[in-house]
Design a protein around this ligand. Structure first.
Ligand code: NDP
Length: 283
């Protein structure tokens, strides 16, 4: 292996320590996480987020609603939280049960309390290059690239995946830093032709090991966002053999994962500052 590993944990720990200082300075930050139903993966994510929030001194409420909750019941709950002055930040864990329209629920969130940065207003502001609430995972990736002083201006960045949660915001953040960005997806023809030219390659697909070493530019920076549960445990979207070709690589686990939670907490601080007028919300 020749690649330098970009580990998320030490960077995430520093961010979390800063969040704890910010929380102490602000006095109170109210975060409500909402989980509808009992999806086991969502339960794990919510527990991790909740634990990290409490450790940082955030006043976090872990709200659980039954699987059979109706769309109008959830919308009423979101409206109540929007109006609650004790609540700075709201997170509705996705996916929601099938009787609930996720887009409707996300639109119901007060944009300045939308700690995940999924509301169309926040997505639109990111598109316009305004400072706003940006989804935590791509924000975490940008922090990792900055930490390792990866030159983005003029670099060719290739993002595999175009979800609203990872791929699209990732591409916009890279573009803001003056990278030349290619977005690949399931209909992309000859994926390797694109990835081989990538100075920075971000894989956010959900297919174990789909980025093989022969798809990686020698010396390139490879960010593996994938979290895939397999019989061999949790693996990424990038074959670990890519470490023999890449210059930098994020491990899975221990790479992007810890950054997501740390950046979510940072977003909670941002929400609190918006509400207190310390930061101007751009909408
Ligand atoms: P989605 O399923 O929403 O999106 C996957 C994307 O990959 C889609 O755009 C899809 O294309 C594309 N894709 C699927 N198959 C291929 C293929 N064979 N070739 C090229 N592109 C393909 O997933 P998410 O964006 O939510 O998550 C992606 C991965 O990141 C998952 O493993 C998830 O668990 C992980 N994740 C990790 C986080 C972390 O904290 N580390 C946080 C969030 C997600 P199309 O649009 O055409 O369907």
């Amino acid at each position: 292996m020749s690649a330098t590993l970009i580990k998320g944990k030490p960077i995430a720990e520093r961010i979390r320590a800063q969040v704890a200082e910010d929380v102490a300075a602000i006095g109170h930050i109210g975060l409500v996480t909402v989980l509808v139903g009992d999806d086991p993966a969502s339960d794990v994510y919510i527990r991790l987020k909740h634990k990290a929030a409490v450790a940082a001194g955030i006043d976090a409420t872990d709200l659980r609603l039954p699987e059979e909750t109706t769309e109008s019941e959830l919308l009423a709950k979101v409206e109540e939280l929007d109006a609650d002055p004790q609540v700075d930040a709201i997170l509705v864990q996705l996916p929601l049960p099938k009787q609930i329209d996720e887009a409707k629920v996300i639109r119901a969130l007060a944009p300045a309390k939308d700690v995940d940065g999924f509301h169309p207003i926040n997505a639109g502001q990111l598109y316009l290059g305004e400072p706003t609430l940006v989804p935590a995972t791509p924000r975490g990736v940008m922090a990792m690239l900055a930490e390792h002083e990866v030159e983005l201006s003029g670099a060719h960045a290739v993002v595999i995946g175009r979800s609203a949660i990872v791929g699209k915001p990732m591409a916009h953040l890279l573009l803001q830093q003056n990278a030349t960005v290619t977005i690949c997806h399931s209909r992309t023809k000859d994926l390797a032709r694109h990835t081989l030219g990538a100075d920075v390659l971000v894989a956010a697909v959900g297919v174990p090991g789909m980025v093989t070493p022969d798809m990686v530019k020698p010396g390139g920076v490879v960010i593996d966002v994938g979290i895939n549960r397999t019989d061999d445990g949790i693996v990424g979207d990038v074959d670990p053999g890519a470490a023999d070709v890449a210059g930098h690589l994020t491990p899975v686990p221990g790479g992007v994962g810890p950054m997501t939670i740390a950046c979510l907490l940072e977003n909670a601080v941002r929400c609190a500052r918006y509400r207190r007028g310390e930061l101007a919300y751009p909408a």
